[in-house]
Ligand binder design. Structure first.
Ligand code: HAM
Length: 425
């Protein structure tokens, strides 16, 4: 039968076992954040449109071309979040979270929506794991944020990627640099659209991937060459701290990210194994963002790592994240009494902290054992009605095929011993 519906363009379904690999990426990236004391936060998937316009920036592709904006039945303009930082900062301000201990350290995960041209690694719905550290302007915090991202990728086994690092300056030094860059751009042969963008944010042009623009940018003044003394010192300390932590990086003076809020430290992780969409994560400092959305003057630094792309990078590096087994134990009951007894036993096994599934639907031994094989379980528990009258169950080690009969009352400890404890004969 041809399905009548398919997932919308630019989106895809995650089905088992691929979905488990996706979850393993999410867990590894967020695990790195939790080990550094970041607390979980969750915010709505849609926000007031104005939050993104102000927060993400009106010169960005994300805001001008890619937002899923709609009016709700109450006439409000809402937008599906294209990224996580603006919403998290809105929540930080709304709940006065900066009145507690600083820095405030948060991590989050969830889907983001951007109306982009779909291609491998670029989707209209993508998932990020993100962290934000707010309220302390300390270069060591920038270094920690970067290092935690690096640790997340390493925990997955990824090795073939580069961390590009730059500094975009601050509210003090940016205006002079901006004027210098504008002067340079004025002398170039740029189309109307690019000129318009340059007026709103000239740094955006440095990010232009089109050869006609790129080729003219060779002699452009670059942000890290025009930092004020404070920014230069901040940047130097970030580098020194990263070196001390053993995190490799490359200075990338041309790095400008696709969002307007960045100040000072800015970085991107790029996989060498992916095609055009190779950025597996990125972030930086955003010292004016919180104020620009109506909050106090507070600094922040964070990243968003793309789960979809990170999984593609894992594929490309030959890392298999799909679990070998769906459950540890699989029960094979044959007959009515056995079905009742093993379903009760399954509950006890779960109670002991192990995972278990069983053959449902009164299947014969062959079919049920196929189910046990497919589940990847290390242990099968097999029982017929005759075993029930004897009060026993067969415990089969699926790894070597050996089996023994145990009283059903001892089944949980026999299974536990087989899975984790000493070898049983
Ligand atoms: P971003 O660079 O726009 O930053 O997105 C972060 C990561 O999400 C990218 O490096 C990429 O891996 C993934 N990503 C973005 N768009 C797509 C897409 N269309 N399809 C698949 N993956 C995608 C942010 O969103 C910032 N909020 C990060 C941040 C947090 N900066 C400071 N704090």
């Amino acid at each position: 039968m041809t399905p009548q519906f398919s997932a919308p363009k630019g989106t895809y379904d995650l089905v088992p076992p691929r979905a488990s690999a996706f979850k393993a990426v999410t867990d590894a990236l967020s695990g790195a954040a939790e080990r550094a004391g970041y607390a979980y936060i969750s915010t709505p998937m849609f926000e007031d449109t104005a939050l993104f316009e102000r927060g993400v920036g009106e010169s960005t592709d994300v805001v001008t071309k890619e937002m899923y904006t709609f009016e709700d039945k109450g006439g409000r303009s809402l937008t599906l979040r294209p990224e996580g930082t603006a919403g998290v900062m809105r929540a930080v301000v709304e709940h006065h979270l900066l009145s507690g201990q600083l820095p405030l350290k948060l991590w989050y995960t969830g889907p983001n929506f951007r109306y982009e041209r779909p291609q491998s690694g670029r989707y209209r719905q993508h998932v990020q794991v993100g962290i934000e550290a707010v309220g302390v302007d300390d270069p060591l915090l920038d270094a920690e944020v970067v290092a935690v991202g690096d640790e997340g990728f390493r925990a997955l086994g990824l090795r073939d990627y580069t961390l590009g690092l730059t500094s975009l300056g601050c509210a003090q030094c940016r205006p002079a640099y901006r004027a210098l860059l504008t002067l340079f751009l004025d002398g170039l042969d740029l189309d109307e659209d690019t000129r318009r963008r340059a007026k709103v944010n000239p740094l955006r042009v440095l990010d232009d991937k089109r050869p006609a623009v790129r080729d003219q940018l060779g002699a452009a003044p670059l942000p890290p060459d025009h930092l004020c003394a404070e920014c230069a010192e901040h940047f130097a300390t970030v580098q020194e701290a990263l070196q001390g932590m053993g995190v490799s990086f490359q200075i990338d003076k041309r790095l400008v990210r696709g969002l307007d809020y960045y100040t000072r430290t800015t970085f991107e992780f790029t996989s060498h194994r992916l095609g055009a969409q190779a950025a597996v994560g990125g972030g930086g400092r955003y010292d004016g963002l919180i104020e620009s959305i109506g909050g106090p003057s507070a600094s922040g630094v964070g990243w968003g790592l793309g789960v979809d792309r990170t999984l593609l990078a894992c594929d490309a590096e030959g890392l298999d994240l799909e679990p070998a087994a769906r459950v540890q134990v699989y029960a094979v009951p044959l007959g009515h009494q056995a079905r009742l007894a093993l379903s009760a036993l399954a509950g006890q096994i779960r109670g002991a902290g192990l995972s278990v599934d069983m053959a449902f639907g009164a299947r014969g031994l062959k079919g049920a054992m196929k189910g046990a094989d497919r589940s990847g379980a290390r242990v099968a528990l097999i029982a017929g009605d005759r075993d029930m009258s004897a009060g026993t169950v067969v415990v089969k080690d699926m790894a070597d095929g050996s089996q023994r009969e145990v009283p059903i009352t001892e089944a949980v400890s026999a299974v536990t011993a087989l899975l984790g404890g000493p070898e049983v004969s």
